[in-house]
Design a protein around this ligand. Structure first.
Ligand code: KG4
Ligand code: ZN
Length: 343
């Protein structure tokens, strides 16, 4: 059984983990840089890259020490090679290349989106291919058929903002701290989800894609009107996102034979979203799988697990593997209106 060291530094979390082919996480560590970015209300790429350089080597030492594993005994080094903030991506990728070179073991250049996509299989051994995946993170909002390792068919993407981006922007408008998703979820507990009339962009249109920009503008107007409490705005916003995600996913389920519905990515940590999609899966007779919240937000256990899946499939990389700011899971997906920037 393979033993893989996974490294992650593509956004604002620095992480390392050791995972085995038997789905055992021997050790893992994540250092979030939230405090460093909070004064700016979002991730500052330059600050993130510099912080990864300082933090990552110590995390590698820490997980190897905790697991009492000599680095020479791992079977491969896996690292996110994109998509993400390029300065940050280079830190884990180059660290992995250095380690792979030193111990003469293969490098596995992991697509961060593939790591989110395969993450449910780390904790759910009975989740087989194919499955329909709602991938919702800070940078992406997509519906994909996961047909196998490295084999994806994109059914829908966002034409403007990603779901996590919408949470972060709405939170900023409400004066909540970064990252916005957890802050909105907490505040929404005290609010009425029906209090503020907000749009559900594209719902009822038959269009498969997502859009959240209009929702953000409506939150801006609701805040400016001084008519509603922040808790009511947060709860109503969260409900609008839930309704959009459920509606688009229902359309995708109609065009897919996949027996399971899976949700992954940072926004999948949201309990209201998890509950609504579980309900949708049960209504449409599909098996439902969602990783625990800690595995939804960025971490290195999912990178190491994607490494295991690729290692077992013989998909290894050489030391010239590039760092990629953009790296679509489905290279054949059609471009959609407005999606050139995100997809
Ligand atoms: O997957 P992730 O950790 O990083 C990316 O690959 O983008 O996702 C981060 C995003 C952020 O936009 C954050 O606000 C959102 O996930 N998020 C949440 C929650 N936890 C994190 N959104 C809604 N509810 C949450 N509980
Ligand atoms: Zn992510």
């Amino acid at each position: 059984m393979a033993l893989i060291l996974g490294l992650e530094s593509s956004c604002d979390d620095t992480a390392a983990a050791l995972v085995t082919g038997e789905r055992r996480i021997l050790a893992q560590a994540v250092v979030s840089q939230n405090d460093a970015h909070r004064p700016f209300g979002g991730v500052v790429p330059e600050i993130a890259a510099r912080a990864h350089v300082q933090i990552l080597p110590d995390l590698v030492r820490r997980v190897l020490g905790e697991a009492k594993i000599d680095v020479g005994n791992v079977d491969a080094i896996a690292a996110t090679a994109g998509p993400g903030l390029i300065g940050g991506v280079m830190v884990a990728l180059l660290t992995a290349k250095g380690l792979a070179l030193a111990i003469r073991k293969p490098l596995i250049a992991v697509n961060h989106l593939e790591a989110h996509a395969l993450s449910p299989r780390l904790v759910d051994p009975h989740l087989d291919f194919p499955y329909l995946l709602l991938l919702v993170s800070g940078g992406h909002c997509q519906l994909l058929e996961v047909l196998g390792v490295g084999d994806y068919r994109r059914l829908a993407t966002t034409i403007d903002d990603a779901a996590g981006e919408a949470f972060d922007k709405a939170a900023k408008l409400l004066g909540l701290p970064f990252p916005g998703g957890p802050a909105i979820e907490l505040l929404a507990r005290d609010g009425n989800p029906a209090a503020v009339p907000l749009p559900r962009p594209l719902v009822g249109s038959g269009e498969p894609h997502f859009s959240f920009a209009g929702l953000k503008s409506a939150v801006q107007r609701a805040v400016a009107s001084d008519t509603f409490t922040p808790a009511d705005i947060a709860a109503s916003f969260q409900q609008a996102v839930v309704d959009c995600l459920v509606d688009r996913t229902r359309i995708a389920l109609e065009s897919s034979d996949a027996p399971a519905l899976v949700v992954a990515g940072g926004v999948a940590a949201n309990q209201a979203i998890r509950d609504a999609l579980e309900q949708l899966a049960s209504e449409s007779g599909r098996r439902f799988s969602v990783p625990p919240a800690w595995l939804c937000t960025d971490n290195a256990a999912m990178i190491a697990w994607a490494g295991i899946e690729r290692f077992d499939a013989g998909k290894l990389d050489d030391l010239s593997a590039p760092a990629r700011a953009r790296w679509p899971l489905d290279p054949h997906a059609e471009k959609v209106r407005g999606a050139g920037v995100k997809a």
